[in-house]
Design a protein around this ligand. Structure first.
Ligand SMILES: [Zn+2]
Length: 200
């Protein structure tokens, strides 16, 4: 579920629609949490659904660490990519604002954190624009994204969090906020990462 202080707006002919803040959303706010209404669809099912569905899923869903397609039921599926995103995910099932988001600003994330299947041309228009966003960008940028998230992370405890009731990982999150556990790296959400790093 996306933060309640947002709405869908037309951004530009190149980008289409996007999710925009209707009120000030401070840095450290949880901006999205995977919730019970989001659909998690196994890859085999996607392949058996046929072209019409797979085109829709390709546009509106993302791949999780288990290679399943996650289709958000609400505005979250319109969150656009930016090479200088206002929101990022650490290794949890939620995203946080990594800078202050003012009314009218777009909520964006970096699609390379979402197990891209291939690459795409980017028109985000930021100074950091990579022009082409590749599935392997996570290997080059993960440490940078982790450091951006670490900067915003401690603020989680100090500001209103309307999505807090939906956070399932309260325990590891609280431990990270208390400093008794490390903040999980965004690499945790990389497809196959958990399999490779879980002792047999
Ligand atoms: Zn870009």
């Amino acid at each position: 579920m996306v933060h309640p202080d947002t709405e869908l707006r037309f951004i530009s002919p190149e980008i289409g629609f996007g999710v925009v803040a209707t009120r000030f959303i401070p840095k450290g706010t949880i901006t999205w949490v995977q919730d019970e209404l989001d659909q998690v669809i196994p890859a085999e099912r996607v392949h058996s659904l046929g072209t019409i569905y797979s085109k829709v899923l390709c546009k509106y869903s993302y791949l999780n660490a288990r290679g399943e397609y996650v289709l958000c039921w609400d505005l979250a599926r319109y969150i656009n990519h930016s090479c200088d995103p206002s929101c990022l995910s650490a290794g949890y099932n939620f995203e946080i604002a990594v800078r202050d988001i003012h009314p009218g600003d777009e909520l964006t994330d970096d699609y390379a954190t979402l197990n891209l299947d291939g690459s795409f041309e980017c028109h985000c228009g930021t100074h950091q624009c990579r022009r082409t966003v590749h599935e392997g960008d996570i290997y080059a940028y993960a440490d940078h994204w982790d450091s951006v998230v670490r900067d915003a992370f401690p603020l989680i405890a100090n500001i209103p969090q309307p999505l807090w009731p939906l956070v399932e990982e309260k325990e590891p999150l609280s431990a990270a906020l208390a400093g008794s556990a490390e903040i999980a790296s965004c690499k945790v959400n990389l497809r196959g990462y958990q399999k490779r790093h879980t002792p047999a």
